[in-house]
Design a binder for this molecule. Structure first.
Ligand code: ACM
Length: 527
């Protein structure tokens, strides 16, 4: 019999002594609120391929029963409560939860109780048994995010679905989809077809590291791709079924070279018209901030809103160099016309305010990387605080912003994870004297440091791992960088500090690796 090894660690796990066995005559039942029916159906879908059992879904009581008294409304952040209880006793399993999301999280726990072969996509000759147990659980943080950059390297729809399924298994609640950047525009926008006709394709890609391997060399191979709006809807629905909210990021006014390559009239056209960028690092091409350009950005958002029901959407806003603006007489004219004082950095501030108004009109809340707080932009925006391992983010909290902890010194999974880092696949960090971002390092991250006051803590909405893809060209490499660090982060986010112990985590991770193996996940297996 498998030892119970749940990741993230539940609040309470009590073994009851008996053995639960799922057999071919088993049924999955639901009772109470209709929302439980969907969860029962979903569990049956998950269990059928590996077991080969019919697992009919019925109302009332079954071998495994989902019970939901009522389905509460989503809270302000778009989440439902996630507390739940699983009781496997006397040959039956009863799952009760505070909401459908709670039942959804319980499903992922239940899968982990079975032998790892339950994750197989074809029928396995295995006894589907586990120790009877009572599990009570509830997450510490509701905003448990994973980010994925599909601009620097594109992942077709099926890979995105696989990634979402893997993070769902770790009880993540947010998928932050970085859809546009200098190196590729990845979402179909009907009003601006050239964004994907032109902007989704670059003629070649840098070989080696942008900072080290000079002079730059390129592979001569076109790279690109994009998601049709139909594919986007399918991905959003697939995530929603797993109680994951998809947050789209459309990054402007910097990181917009692909957009400018598609529509040079949105860029600083008096200078050169760029191609879709073929190397990494920060492009100096920025939007020109003309009224028509700002209006186009708003149009793009109006279309994006129709595809994503998320309360929050992400405007990017990071790393917007102002050199082109600094040198432009026209930019100064625009600033005077709009009453914008100071240096051109404040033009970005003004633009952020324009987008914020649009977001409010559409009942959305804006997220923007920490740079949007330069200047006097101050609103109820959420800031992914990305460049701090230290305490500077507290200044933003004290200005009234809400924060998502994205600390690049812990949660950037594009950094090499094993020492010596020069024996690892090429990664963003190159300095061999620097410590790698190991799984243990990620596990040590503290989203709510105890030196914060309760009021300050209330501004931390959640926490997120980042997967920037400059040096992550394909899915196998992506999985290598993501796991098991995202597994460790999942526990940091779900299980409160008193339940976290790295040695205990490693023991459970050994079992978890069997789940990865069954699914062919290329997790890193070095310490
Ligand atoms: C970022 O890493 N530029 C958000």
């Amino acid at each position: 019999m498998n030892k119970i090894a749940i990741i993230p660690q539940p609040k309470k796990v009590q073994e009851l002594g008996g053995v639960f066995a799922l057999n071919s005559d088993a049924t999955i039942a639901w009772n109470g609120n209709e929302a439980a029916k969907k969860e029962a159906e979903f569990l049956a879908e998950y269990l059928r391929p590996a077991t080969g059992f019919a697992l009919p879904v019925v109302e009332g009581e079954g071998t495994i029963t989902f019970s939901l008294a009522n389905e509460p409304e989503e809270n302000d952040m778009g989440f439902r409560p996630e507390g739940h209880k699983i009781v496997a006793k006397d040959g039956k399993v009863l799952i009760t939860g505070e909401s459908s999301s709670a039942l959804g999280r319980a499903i992922q726990t239940l899968r982990q109780l079975f032998p790892a072969e339950i994750y197989a996509s074809t029928k396995q000759a295995v006894a589907w048994e586990f120790s009877e147990v009572e599990i009570e659980d509830k997450p510490e943080l509701q905003w448990r995010g994973m980010h994925l950059d599909v601009s620097r390297h594109f992942s077709p729809k099926d890979e995105v679905l696989r990634f979402i399924e893997l993070i769902a298994q770790h009880k993540y609640s947010i998928f932050h989809w970085h859809l546009t950047d200098d190196q590729g525009w990845r979402i179909e926008i009907k009003k601006y077809p050239k964004l994907t006709e032109v902007g989704a394709w670059r003629k070649e890609t840098l070989i080696g590291h942008d900072h080290r391997d000079k002079p730059h060399r390129f592979d001569g191979k076109p790279h690109g791709g994009f998601y049709t709006q139909e594919e986007v809807k399918e991905i959003v629905a697939y995530a929603a079924r797993r109680h994951i909210v998809v947050i789209p990021e459309i990054n402007t006014p910097g990181h917009a070279q692909a957009m400018i390559a598609a529509y040079p009239e949105f860029g600083m056209a008096s200078l050169t018209t760029p191609e879709v960028r073929t190397r990494w690092h920060i492009s100096h091409h920025v939007l020109n901030m003309e009224d028509a350009t700002v209006e186009a950005c708003k149009d793009i958002w109006r279309e994006v809103f129709t595809l994503f029901p998320s309360k929050y959407c992400h405007i990017g806003g990071d790393e917007c160099p102002t050199n082109m603006w600094d040198d432009s007489k026209r930019v100064y004219e625009l600033m005077i016309q709009r009453g914008i004082k100071g240096d051109p950095r404040n033009l970005q501030c003004w633009y952020t305010g324009e987008l914020n108004k649009l977001f409010k009109e559409h009942g959305r809340r804006m997220i923007g990387w920490a740079e949007i707080t330069h200047g006097d932009f101050n609103d109820t925006t959420v800031i992914p605080a990305w460049w701090w391992g230290g305490t500077d983010y507290i200044k933003l909290i004290d200005r009234g912003f809400n924060i998502i902890q994205c600390a690049n010194q812990f949660l950037y999974f594009d950094y090499a994870q094993c020492a010596p880092i020069d024996e690892e696949p090429l990664a963003i960090n190159l300095d061999p004297t620097q410590s790698p971002y190991s799984t243990e390092h990620v596990y040590s991250f503290v989203p709510y440091p105890s030196y914060l006051t309760e009021e300050q803590k209330s501004h931390i909405l959640g926490c997120q791992g980042q997967l920037w893809r400059e040096y992550i060209p394909n899915m196998a490499h992506l999985e290598y960088m993501a796991f098991p660090r995202a597994t460790a982060l999942a526990e940091v986010l779900w299980s409160e500090k008193s339940r976290r112990n790295y040695r205990c985590f490693l023991k459970r991770l050994a079992t978890h690796r069997a789940r990865f193996d069954v699914q062919g996940v290329n997790a890193c297996d070095r310490p």
